[in-house]
Write a protein that binds this ligand. Structure first.
Ligand SMILES: [Zn+2]
Length: 77
């Protein structure tokens, strides 16, 4: 289950970039199709700031894709 548009073979330079952890400012490497990434420094998990969530508005799998990002009480505490 992968969007054809997110196939790594079609990726251009810049598909991998660094984003600052909102908690500690550590640079975290993101792939452009990562929805979230865990900071290796403080273990804070945050959303990919460069992610294009436009596909979620029509994708039938959006709920599975983004479901774990909804602000429900976390079972991981
Ligand atoms: Zn951090």
């Amino acid at each position: 289950m992968k969007c054809p548009g997110q196939d790594t073979r079609h990726w251009k330079p810049g598909a991998i970039f660094d984003a600052k952890c909102p908690k500690c400012g550590h640079l975290v490497e993101f792939f452009k199709d990562d929805t979230t990434r865990k900071c290796p420094n403080c273990e804070h998990r945050f959303i990919n700031p460069g992610m294009d969530f436009g596909c979620a508005s029509y994708c039938q799998f959006a709920e599975q894709c983004l479901g774990n990002l909804s602000p429900k009480p976390s079972k991981n505490g």
